[in-house]
Design a protein around this ligand. Sequence first.
Ligand code: G
Ligand code: G
Ligand code: MN
Ligand code: NA
Length: 254
Amino acid sequence: MRMLSRARLAFDRQSFSLQYQPQVATSDGRVRGFEALIRWTDAELGPVSPDRFIPVCEDSGLIVPLGLWVLETACIEAMGLACRGIGGITMSVNMSAVQLAQNDFVPRVLEVLDRTGLPPNRLELEITETQMIGSLDAAIDKLDALRQAGVHIALDDFGTGYSSLTYLRTLPINTLKLDKAFIDDVHRRTDARSMVASISRIAHDLNRNVVAEGVEELAQWEALSRMGCDLIQGYFVSRPLAADRIDGFLAAWE
Ligand code: G
Ligand code: G
Ligand code: MN
Ligand code: NA
């Protein structure tokens, strides 16, 4: 069976799930948020990476209902945390370019917030700069509208594309997520450190928060903390967690 047929079937049977990876403040180590990451295990193929099925879902348009399901599920999870007394948590959700390009993207997001009751400033949408190609003005208008409503916007995978610095300045974002490629050598090489320190400085001058992705070692955390990175995310803190493991993680971590 083709990947698309499998994905359609999985969507109909509600076989997709989400995992949640914590983001912690470098300053005090406290959990400030989670990134929702989609997961799917096909009966025959086994676990299929989003890198494989998301593009198929984008080409077919399946990403629109699937992305809406991801958003709603993540918002419900965030509301659940708040109801259990775990306050001040931001939920970050990856958005596809195809979702962002929909005419009704903004009202759809606001509708989900309304329906789930999650305060807009508890939601962060992650976009990538490659999503901006072709429709920059329209994308900026939509992101601006969401920001007006209080939703946070993060620029994901920063440093993997090009003309990044222009996007950092012109896109209406709150947060810059430094790609793992920047982080890998940050505790070992001065050139990697110079890059991260300089980009963090620029981001902070522009009033953006900085999140480091793919942090796997304490030495990276320490280096990133010295360089003024605000949040870290990565296996050092935790792998992405199934929803029913969040409370246990928080109890053990805090
Ligand atoms: O968690 P993992 O390394 O498997 O994710 C692989 C890629 O899939 C990452 O680039 C991530 O941004 C993307 N991804 C994960 N979940 C979602 C999702 O819900 N929607 C979209 N559009 N991309 C996602
Ligand atoms: O949305 P984004 O493209 O940033 O996706 C992040 C991806 O990186 C996810 O697939 C997640 O599972 C993965 N990831 C998160 N933390 C780590 C880490 O510490 N090491 C590695 N190798 N991958 C990570
Ligand atoms: Mn992401
Ligand atoms: Na990324």
